[in-house]
Design a protein. Sequence first.
Length: 208
Amino acid sequence: MSHADGQAFWEWFVRHEALLHDFDPEHEFEREGIFDELERELHKVDARLAFEFGPKAPTREFVISADGVKQAFPAVVSLVKMAPPLYRWKVTAFRPRRDLNIVQISSRSVDPEAVEVALLDNGRMVGIHLFLSGFREEDNDLKKIGYLLLGDALGEYDLGTHVGLLRMLPTDAETNNRRYPLSELPQLFDQLVSQLRSRQGRGGLKPC
């Protein structure tokens, strides 16, 4: 990402921030028009970047995301650091952790209460087994749902930087690791990351 591209993006954002802040999500045409333009401007910075808006509020959240692409993480960090003072906005780097809800893609839907996880520790990185009912390697919709659930549970940054091995498995798969409800993953994950950092000292975790 060049400094000039980042500066040009924020200049465009400032010129349109009132419309972006106040748009009515029920007006689909209005939303798509300004959002398409915002996406074009963001892709001038880095074509891998994505964005999300929080609910309409006096201070509205604007999330800049690498869309799960680790190679684009530096562009997200740089662009957010360049953000000017925006008194009606909270600019957030990477998709944050969110409450777990049912996720649906096409005809497939998954209730997070039916999902289990197991954590693995190789001494350097966190490994995750995600157990989904009826999972098959060729089921791309279910894979996408799995990634979305993990993103909600852990947030984009932690999922991209602290997770090494990630396997999705059917619920009847035989493994040796203890399984936990997906709702317990954030706390267990943070505990394991903290333990790994303590073992490695000030060097911290290495990227996967």
